[in-house]
Design a protein around this ligand. Structure first.
Ligand SMILES: Nc1ncnc2c1ncn2[C@@H]1O[C@H](COP(=O)(O)OP(=O)(O)OP(=O)(O)O)[C@@H](O)[C@H]1O
Ligand SMILES: [Mg+2]
Length: 283
């Protein structure tokens, strides 16, 4: 089923084939076929409700669907929990963290797939956890309860847990949504460095089209559950595509190396009129 990349001879890191997912009686992913070539950084973009998170969630193997989902040429349903944790790390859009858990204990859990039958962290697991916490400027938070952190600190902690998992594939659903611009850049550059160091494949969903245009090698656009475009940022992030799917007027600036910066100017006038404004109720 899997389609080998002709230039690298490697199977895609992820292959979704003829995938459809129905939730609450509606088809929210429709007939989607998409390969994530091994070693690339793919940004999955699209307006709210397009189906990006649902597509990411299919990688758990737990969502009912039609079509097939392969990770490194293996059907996700055939993977044990441990095999899946060794193959890919996923940072969900809304992670659930056990209340009261301390930062270090939460992050070191990412090492579970590397632990033997003892199921307790080794010195190596602890050292790896400390190193990643330092890299994300979180070392002073080790003893803090995760539920006392700010939104951005918490988001970096969840990312740390995925990074210590040391998988060849990292899937991040809106990894920078809660971060200030400085920490956004730190996280994106860290992921870019890890990619070079470990030949990682990275999939990120993002709303900032310039982040997609500057960090990803491949951009895939979803709208209304379908894949509507995919390719190099300069080919996909055009004012026409942005206008058609986001309903805004935008201009783009393409660097000599193909990186794209998107400037959004205004809503397109052809959109449906805004609904009646909500007025405050008088007592
Ligand atoms: N359990 C559910 N039951 C019914 N509808 C659902 C369910 N989960 C998701 N949906 C719907 O599926 C559609 C796709 O949702 P999804 O979260 O995948 O979108 P998204 O592209 O990630 O959006 P966003 O950019 O806002 O995160 C949305 O319309 C959402 O309301
Ligand atoms: Mg989402």
């Amino acid at each position: 089923m899997s389609r080998t990349d002709r230039s690298t001879g490697r199977p895609p890191a992820i292959s979704w084939t003829d995938l459809s997912v129905r939730l609450g009686g509606t088809e929210v992913v429709r007939d989607l076929t998409l390969d994530v070539p091994a070693g690339t950084w793919m940004s999955l973009i699209g307006p709210n409700g397009a189906g990006k998170t649902t597509l990411v969630r299919t990688l758990s193997g737990a969502l009912h669907h039609r079509g097939s989902i392969e990770v490194d040429a293996r059907d996700v349903h055939g993977l044990s929990v441990r095999e899946r944790a060794q193959a890919l790390a996923v940072v969900p859009q809304h992670p659930v963290i056990p209340p009261g858990m301390r930062v270090f204990d939460y992050v070191v859990l990412g090492r579970a797939a590397h632990q033997g039958v003892r199921c307790s962290p080794s010195m190596l697991d602890r050292r790896r956890t400390v190193a990643v916490l330092q890299r994300l400027e979180l070392e002073s938070f080790g003893d803090r309860r995760v539920d006392t952190l700010s939104g951005g600190e918490r988001q970096r902690v969840v990312l740390a847990r995925a990074i210590v998992q040391d998988t060849p594939l990292l899937v991040l659903d809106e990894p920078t949504a809660a971060l200030d611009v400085g920490h956004q850049l730190d996280v994106l550059e860290l992921v870019a460095d890890l990619r070079t160091e470990r030949e990682l494949t990275v999939v990120t969903t993002v709303h900032d089209l310039s982040v997609a245009g500057q960090f990803a090698d491949v951009v895939a656009v979803m709208a209304d559950g379908r894949l509507v475009a995919s390719g190099a940022p300069a080919d996909v992030l055009t004012p026409e595509t942005i206008g058609a799917h986001w309903g805004v007027e935008a201009s783009t600036d393409v660097d000599h190396d193909g990186a794209v910066t998107v400037t959004v100017r205004r809503r397109r006038e052809s959109r449906a009129p805004s609904p009646t404004p909500i007025t405050e109720q008088q007592p």
